[in-house]
Ligand binder design. Structure first.
Ligand SMILES: C[S@@+](CC[C@H](N)C(=O)[O-])C[C@H]1O[C@@H](n2cnc3c(N)ncnc32)[C@H](O)[C@@H]1O
Length: 283
């Protein structure tokens, strides 16, 4: 029995022209930039999808994706070209900061409630971690206050997983037994499901950060945007950060991943004085 042609053939090399075309399409539609040095990532992901479609050259596939009826194929491809790696409470120092910020904010916002936003939430771990943080604080302080957490992403597949809220037990490794017990319920096999008391506070929706002007989020108390902008060029990071800053409530907190932007200031923001965390308060 002969092997399928694709499985024995190496991933085809792109010409510089093909790289430009694909890179411009990806960056223009998602902001994600893949440099020429890292083109093997682009090639491998395109080739993987082309193999499924029985296509063998980048130009034919490009025409299919950019055709008038190519939007479905583009949606499929985006899943491959975006990085979805994430974890619960991924960067503990950032969560420590958000916890102490929220503790104070809860005391101040008894009447109006709290709004939190996880931008580029992937499969939901960050969003659920934010919800657990608020829920724990309310429990400890015995206060009742309205709050909601929104997770947004460009990837429909990641959002579907986030909404489902089911995670293999091994993915909960860093969560204390107390959190596991309180915020998850047993599901089939070695899977745990997010408990209803968090589900009723959380929603997930598709937002491309290149279209933030159309996003309805306003007056956010916390915006957490980690490990998304690192895939963008610095000039684009600045534009998006400016737009996120406008969506913070007065006194709100914007949390990025350490080192994700340097030499950036905004007239309405003040950087948090903390070596381990990159975050800004809205004045
Ligand atoms: C590496 S994950 C980060 C997940 C989480 N924030 C964390 O730090 O663990 C990056 C996420 O950004 C999303 N993303 C990439 N480009 C995007 C865009 N233009 N708009 C919204 N989300 C985007 C990807 O789909 C992916 O789920």
């Amino acid at each position: 029995m002969s092997m399928p042609r694709w499985s024995v053939q190496p991933v085809p090399e792109m010409t510089p022209e093909q790289y430009d075309k694909w890179q411009n399409l990806l960056e223009g539609r998602t902001g994600n930039h893949i440099s020429w040095q890292h083109r093997s990532i682009l090639q491998a992901n395109l080739a993987g999808r082309m193999r499924e479609l029985g296509l063998s050259d980048y130009d034919t596939y490009y025409e299919r994706v950019t055709a008038a009826d190519g939007s479905l194929e583009w949606t499929t491809l985006v899943e491959r070209l975006t990085v979805h790696e994430t974890r619960f409470f991924r960067h503990p120092p950032s969560f420590d900061l958000m916890t102490s910020f929220l503790e104070q904010r809860i005391a101040e916002k008894q009447q109006s409630g709290l709004e939190l936003w996880s931008v580029g939430c992937s499969t939901g771990e960050e969003t659920w971690s934010l919800a657990m943080t608020v829920c724990q604080l309310l429990r400890q302080s015995k206060q009742v206050i309205r709050y909601s957490v929104t997770g947004t992403d460009i990837s429909l597949k990641a959002l579907a997983q986030a909404r489902q809220g089911e995670y293999a037990r091994r993915r909960l490794g860093d969560l204390s037994p107390e959190l596991q017990q309180r915020y998850f319920e047993e599901c089939a096999g070695s899977t745990l499901r997010i408990a209803p008391l968090l589900r009723e506070r959380v929603c997930f929706t598709r937002v491309n950060v290149l279209d933030l002007e159309r996003a309805p989020m306003r007056n956010m108390d916390v915006i957490c945007c980690q490990n998304l902008l690192i895939y963008f060029r610095p000039w684009r990071r600045r534009i998006i950060l400016g737009q996120l800053a406008e969506r913070l409530a007065p006194g709100g907190l914007l949390v990025l991943g350490p080192g994700e932007i340097t030499d950036w200031t905004h007239p309405d923001l003040q950087q948090v004085n903390n070596d381990q965390v990159l975050a800004f308060y809205r004045l």
